[in-house]
Design a protein around this ligand. Structure first.
Ligand SMILES: Nc1ncnc2c1ncn2[C@@H]1O[C@H](COP(=O)(O)OP(=O)(O)O)[C@@H](O)[C@H]1O
Ligand SMILES: [Mg+2]
Length: 371
């Protein structure tokens, strides 16, 4: 494919990765009603009209109701929920592919925050191109472009010079494990490899916000786990603000620094994975977390007790207890000293507590609760 000429395009920005550019996203009082006259029904919805009544009596769909989420700068915010719960509707408000019926989407840091909802068309265009990148479930690669051309595409649209965008693209193609496939076409690649291209393309754009809508949901389980590892590994280095949508709890717990759970367009619980697993807000969430491997979610910090130093291994407070159990078992010890990231001793954790936390007592087991 012929190179586009650059001289007619606007001045390129530098495409440098810089974690200090991390921006937070704050969603405030966000409502979305789908239908011909959403504004007309907003007051009733604000007054508490149910999704069902809105649909059955008035032919409008309540997409989102009163969403408040603080998405951490430089962290992974997971949005989880069943199909139809409003996840895609929510993520599309962040780059305003969908306009809200009311509410704010504030993006930035303490020094400067802008409301995406109030952006003019040209501000929005710049914001979408330079501040956000998306990874889609269905990859959305150009079939007639090679891996490298697909990966460079966003920078090309931004008017970045060929040499510079090639440098960036090749770096990320290698980083996602596709070195050697630069000249392949998407239909020559497996699904997992195509999604690596989708990720490389998004990373090459070097936007501070990465929006991933069920990006791994179409992949086979093993490949999906691989992609999660690739993402976590790269995130260590880039520290972007990632909004990751999934309907899978294991994926949510593995990736999410914070998790928000949606049901019927409302946030039913948000917090860390551990908070959600240990204190599910209602039966709906309890049914989600029932079968989760708690050993991979609960951290030593949570089970730690005061007490004198023990003769045994030393574990980091953020280590998940399954790993701590593995260590204890390997060394034949009953307890470990817990330390913070600077090596300061905080307390001890013992094998009995770990086992009790990993295996909930019988009367907590599903189906045995009274009433
Ligand atoms: N353009 C639209 N018009 C009417 N209803 C819509 C539209 N887009 C989404 N919806 C409805 O909003 C709800 C949430 O949809 P969506 O955000 O796609 O859910 P999810 O991504 O969690 O599967 C669903 O009830 C869906 O039917
Ligand atoms: Mg969706």
């Amino acid at each position: 494919m012929a190179e586009a000429t650059n001289h007619t395009l606007h001045t390129p920005t530098t495409a440098q990765t810089d974690a200090s550019r991390a921006v937070g996203i704050q969603i405030r009082k966000l409502y979305k009603i789908f239908g011909p006259t959403p504004e007309k029904f907003l007051p009733a919805v604000l007054d508490g009209m149910s999704k069902q009544e809105l649909r059955e009596q008035h032919g409008h769909v309540l997409g989102l109701r009163d969403i408040h989420i603080d998405m951490p700068a430089g962290g992974i915010q997971v949005v989880m929920g069943l199909s139809g719960s409003g996840k895609s509707t929510l993520i599309r408000h962040i780059n305003r592919l969908i306009d809200p019926t009311s509410g704010e989407v504030l993006v930035g840091n303490d020094a400067q925050q802008v409301d995406v909802v109030k952006m003019t068309a040209s501000q929005l265009q710049r914001f979408r191109r330079e501040e956000t990148a998306m990874v889609f479930q269905k990859f959305a690669l150009f079939p007639h472009l090679t891996v490298q051309e697909n990966t460079e595409y966003g920078l090309k649209v931004q008017g970045i010079k060929p040499k510079q965008r090639e440098e960036q693209a090749l770096r990320w193609i290698e980083r996602v494990g596709l070195k050697g496939y630069e000249s392949s076409y998407p239909n020559q690649l497996s699904g997992g490899m195509q999604q690596r291209v989708g990720l490389a393309r998004a990373l090459t754009n070097d936007a501070p916000i990465l929006l991933m809508d069920e990006a791994f949901s179409a992949l086979d389980p093993l490949i999906r786990t691989d992609m999660q590892s690739v993402l976590l590994d790269i995130q260590q280095e880039i520290g972007k603000t990632i909004v990751f949508i999934t309907h899978d709890l294991d994926e949510a717990l593995r990736l999410g620094d914070r998790i928000a759970i949606l049901r019927d367009g409302e946030v039913v619980q948000q917090g860390t994975g551990q908070q959600i697993v240990l204190k599910p807000a209602d039966d709906y969430i309890e049914s989600f977390v029932r079968d989760v491997n708690r050993g991979r979610v609960i951290r030593c910090r949570t089970l730690m007790q005061d007490g004198p130093a023990v003769e045994g291994p030393t574990v980091d407070a953020s280590l998940v207890i399954e790993e701590a159990a593995r260590l204890l078992s390997a060394e034949g010890k009953d307890a470990a000293d817990v330390v913070n990231s600077k090596g300061k001793r905080l307390g001890t954790v013992c094998m009995n507590d770990i086992i009790a936390a990993m295996v909930p007592p019988r009367d907590e087991a599903p189906g045995t609760q009274p009433g």
